[in-house]
Design a protein around this ligand. Sequence first.
Ligand code: NAD
Length: 420
Amino acid sequence: MQVAVIGAGYVGLVTGAGLAYLGHNVRLGERDPDKLETLSAGEVPFFEAGLDRLLSEGIDKNLISFYADNKQAVEAARVVFVALPTPPDEEGAADTTYIEEALDDFGPSLGPGTVVVLKSTVPVGSVARFQAHLDGFGVGATVISNPEFLREGSAVGDFLHPDRIVIGTRSQEAAEVMLELYQALQAPVVVTDPASSEMIKYASNAYLATRITFANAIANLCESVGADVKDVLLGMGYDRRVGFHFLNPGPGYGGSCFPKDTRALVAIADEAGYDFSLLRGVIEVNELQRRRVLDKVRAAIDLDGATVGLWGLAFKAGTDDIRESPAVYLAEELIAGGATVQAFDPEAAPVEGVIRVDDPIQAAKDADVLLIATEWPEFQSVDLRAVRDAMAVPHIIDARNILDPDAVRRLGMEYEGIGR
Ligand code: NAD
């Protein structure tokens, strides 16, 4: 099928490369000239495991091409995916300006019967609103919702083996086009109305953010009552009604989705006249969580003039993405308090004011405290003796609970985790 994808970021590029892998012909529209140059050279402009291979396979088979002009990208497209940013506005609601501008740009060029797919996370009611917008051009295109659930760090696998596909449309014809497009994927498909589809995305992210926050709240309570949250969550997780996923205490959730989508859902609820106090509580507890980690560092050292070793800057392991990263928040607060922060992260983008070093031991060198802020698996196999010997004061604050407290303490180091 002839497909266009507008926006070659995390979602758009994975979608485009994934659809090419399924045999579709994909034209990607991207307005950032630097990204476009990198992509045209067959390279991925960010880190996502396995995406480079998928992309180069698609390019080699002549199934992927890139365009600076969206009007060219949508030429002859049966389906146009919109994978543009929807950042929060001042009230926390999702700002859809990028989408509106893009529709103004390529909308008049669409052929009759084109299916325009909102992949971006958009407020409930967006399909109806953008349908009216496109109807203004008289092109006969149908707007539908098909939210994206991929996780950065495992995005390629998530595209190829989704837990489910959600299609929100009242048009039988558009739904059939989408079923044909995704035919090769083995996944349950939920076909529903647009508003329900849009809500599924927000409700899923809000629920996952709530699980993380619940685990953090239990961890905080464990600290007060002398329980070990690792064992508590292990004991809870074996209950099949609970499970283990998304119950890992840490410095709070971050990234480009959970913080923005939880705030956007509260804004949606406010507008609808529903007081979503549960979710407001989640957001507040999440903000307090990263401050709790900061307080642990402050309690360990006087920040002014101190050196803090930092392991991790990405918002989670497996990605270079630092958007709303708790690690970056911590680094910035530590620097504002007068500390020097020397950080190691295998993939993360640069962070202003943070000294980047090439390995975890260098990050620990002469440090007054070592803070673990991202759960990169390789941190678990670093030689802790070398860490101890490198540090000025052997003290580790493990905000991801990835080290074994006994092993650290046996080496004569101080150890603090979250909830243990
Ligand atoms: P992103 O910022 O990585 O990518 C967006 C891309 O669109 C950028 O490359 C940008 O240069 C490009 N762009 C902006 N305006 C353009 C225009 N007019 N024409 C062409 N290109 C343009 O964003 P993302 O992380 O891929 O997120 C996109 C959407 O998907 C958001 O609504 C987000 O909430 C949602 N989402 C993201 C994830 C995720 O894990 N990142 C997961 C699910 C859903």
